[in-house]
Design a protein around this ligand. Structure first.
Ligand code: HEC
Length: 148
């Protein structure tokens, strides 16, 4: 005769099914949350004090006394002049290694290559721009003119 009560073996089966279901949920959502880590936390911690919370160059350390101001990353004009490699190298080794200001510190001892790559991608997202050789050539010509 069938009983309506949950027998012990059925109870164990139910528990097993539920724990497998939970495990599958965890597996499904873990990589998704990792993928959502777009570097914003890193940026806010290490970069925002100079480059600004939104990347507009208006961080609390970017006072008028700085000999070189951080540029506005939200403008489509500034980052296209740098290749991805130059951006990575600037973050890793600091401004002077890419003929930029020493005010931009080197982060290679603090951040991993993966974290620097994530930050580079975040900056490309903030400026909604990629490297543009024509913009780079125009900027180089302008800099050469100013030196004369
Ligand atoms: C102490 C202030 C300061 C901090 C902190 C700082 N930067 Fe900079 N950064 C600068 C300044 C100033 C420049 C501009 C250098 C120039 O134009 O000569 C710069 C330049 C750059 C550039 C080159 C592009 C450009 O606009 O010249 C990149 C890329 C960059 N910073 C990324 C970062 C990232 C990513 C972080 C955080 C890991 C960071 N910076 C933290 C001050 C800072």
């Amino acid at each position: 005769m069938m009983t309506k009560h949950l027998t012990l073996s059925n109870y164990i089966k139910l528990q097993l099914i539920l724990s497998v279901a939970c495990f599958c949920l965890v597996i499904t959502f873990l990589p998704a949350s990792a993928a959502q880590d777009n570097g914003d936390a890193l940026y806010q911690y290490y970069c925002a004090q100079c480059h600004g919370e939104k990347g507009d160059g208006k961080g609390i350390n970017a006072t008028e006394d700085l000999p070189t101001q951080p540029k506005d990353f939200t403008s489509p004009k500034n980052l296209p002049v740098f290749t991805d490699e130059q951006i990575v190298n600037t973050i890793k080794q600091g401004g002077p290694k890419e003929q930029l200001s020493f005010i931009m510190p080197p982060w290679g001892d603090i951040l991993s290559d993966e974290q620097i790559d994530v930050l580079k991608k975040l900056l490309r997202k903030i400026c909604k721009c990629q490297y543009d050789p024509a913009a780079a050539a125009a900027a180089a010509a302008e800099a050469a003119k100013q030196k004369q």
